[in-house]
Design a protein around this ligand. Structure first.
Ligand code: HEC
Ligand code: HEC
Length: 315
C-alpha cells in the first residue's frame, strides 16, 4: 500500500514537473459576422464616449504602445480617480482561465462590464451606455452587422461581447512560437539559455500557450513577499478564505517586455528587478546577473506579431 502511495506521489510529481509553455497558433480566419464584431469591438475599445466624462476609453489604461497595459503603477480613471492595481495587458487575456489579478471574473465576455461600470474606471451605467451608443448612426449600423437577427442589438451585454471579440483577436504568435515548433534558430543563444532556465524553474507556474494565466499561485510561495507590500490580499478578497491571502492569477508573460511597471501594484519598474524578485520569492534562489540577463532576453522574445491595424481606432 505505502509503495503504491509513493508511486502515485512520484507520478504526480512527474506530471506536474512536465508543465511547460506551449506554442500559440495564429487566430483562425473570421467569417463576415466575426469580422464585423471584431471591428465593432475595436471601435468601442478606443471610444471615450463609453466613459462618464467622455475621456477614458479602455485604451486609456490598456494602451496599444504598451502591449495593452499601462505605464502607470495604478490606473487613473474618470475624474482622475486612482485605482489600486496595475492594468494588466489585454493581449492574450483570452488565453487565461480567469480575468483580473484575483481572477474574480471567469468570462472575457462579461469582464468588460466591470470597467465600464466601475466608479473609478469609466463610471457609466447601462442606460447611459446604451443611449450614447444608440446616438451614433455608425454604431447603429455596426451593431446590426455584428449581431444580425437580433432585433434590438444595442445592449450592455452585446457591447461586452463585441469588446471580447476584439480582445480575442489580440493573441498572436511570434518568434518564440517558431522556436517551440522546432526552429532552433528562432532564438539567439542568450534567449535560448534564458528559455532553458525558465522552462526548468518558472514554467511550473507560468505555463501553457499564454506563458501564464493557467492557475492561481501565492506571491511569495517560498520566501514571504515584503511585509510593506501585502495590503492587497488578492484571491482571498474573492473567496474569503485566509489560505488564499496573496494568491493571484499567475499572469501571462507574453509581451511582458512592454508592460512595465510590474506586479499587481505596479511596484517594480524594470523586468530585471521583477525577475530577481521572482527568483527570490518564488524559487528561493539568488539569480546571478548572467541568469537575469538571459531570462530577461527570453522574456523579451515573448512578443507576438500583432497586426498594427488592430492597434488603433478603426478608420
Ligand atoms: C481606468 C483604467 C482602466 C480602464 C478605463 C479599463 N481598464 Fe481594464 N483593467 C484595469 C485594471 C486596473 C485592471 C486590473 C484590475 C484588477 O485586477 O482588479 C484591468 C483588467 C482588465 C482585464 C483583465 C486582464 C487580465 O489579464 O486579467 C481586461 C480583459 C480588461 N481590463 C479589459 C478592459 C476593457 C475591455 C475596458 C473598456 C471597456 C477596460 N478594461 C477599461 C484598468 C482599466
Ligand atoms: C510559484 C509560482 C511562480 C513561479 C515559480 C514563478 N512565478 Fe512569476 N509570478 C507568479 C505570480 C502569482 C505572479 C503575480 C504576482 C502579482 O500578483 O503581482 C507572477 C508575476 C511575474 C511577473 C510580473 C508580470 C507582470 O505582468 O507584472 C514576472 C515578470 C514573472 N512573474 C516572471 C517569473 C520568472 C522569470 C520566474 C522564474 C525565475 C517566475 N516568474 C516564477 C507566480 C510564479
Amino acid at each position: 500500500m505505502s509503495v503504491n502511495v509513493r508511486h502515485l506521489a512520484l507520478l504526480a510529481l512527474a506530471a506536474s514537473a512536465c508543465r511547460g509553455i506551449e506554442p500559440l497558433p495564429s487566430p483562425a480566419p473570421l467569417d463576415a459576422v466575426g469580422q464585423a464584431r471584431v471591428e465593432l469591438g475595436q471601435a468601442l475599445f478606443f471610444d471615450g464616449a463609453l466613459s462618464a466624462d467622455g475621456e477614458v476609453p479602455c485604451a486609456a489604461c490598456h494602451r496599444p504602445e504598451h502591449a495593452g497595459a499601462e505605464p502607470e503603477p495604478v490606473s487613473i480613471g474618470v475624474g482622475g480617480a486612482r485605482g489600486r492595481r496595475n492594468a494588466p495587458s489585454v493581449f492574450n487575456a483570452s488565453l487565461e482561465i480567469a480575468q483580473f489579478w484575483d481572477g474574480r471574473e471567469e468570462e472575457l465576455d462579461a469582464q468588460a462590464l466591470g470597467p465600464l461600470f466601475a466608479a473609478d474606471e469609466m463610471g457609466l451605467d447601462a442606460a447611459t451606455l446604451v443611449a450614447r451608443v444608440s446616438a451614433s448612426e455608425r454604431y447603429v449600423e455596426a451593431f446590426a452587422r455584428a449581431f444580425p437577427g437580433d432585433a434590438d442589438p444595442i445592449r450592455a451585454d452585446t457591447v461586452a461581447r463585441a469588446l471580447a471579440a476584439y480582445e480575442r483577436r489580440l493573441a498572436w504568435p511570434g518568434r518564440v512560437d517558431r522556436f517551440l515548433e522546432g526552429d532552433e534558430g528562432a532564438l539567439t543563444a542568450e534567449e535560448r539559455a534564458g528559455y532553458d532556465f525558465f522552462a526548468g524553474n518558472c514554467a511550473f507556474c507560468h505555463d501553457g500557450a499564454g506563458v501564464g494565466g493557467q492557475r492561481f499561485e501565492r506571491l511569495g510561495d517560498r520566501v514571504p513577499w515584503p511585509a510593506d507590500r501585502r495590503e492587497d490580499l488578492g484571491r482571498a478578497e474573492v473567496t474569503g478564505d485566509p489560505d488564499d491571502e496573496l494568491v493571484f492569477l499567475v499572469p501571462s508573460l507574453r509581451h511582458v517586455g512592454a508592460t512595465a511597471p510590474y506586479f499587481h501594484d505596479g511596484s517594480v519598474d524594470t523586468l530585471e528587478e521583477a525577475v530577481r524578485l521572482m527568483g527570490k520569492h518564488q524559487l528561493d534562489q539568488t539569480l546571478s546577473e548572467e541568469e537575469v540577463t538571459q531570462i530577461v532576453a527570453f522574456l523579451r522574445a515573448l512578443d507576438g506579431d500583432v497586426p498594427t491595424e488592430l492597434l488603433a481606432a478603426p478608420q
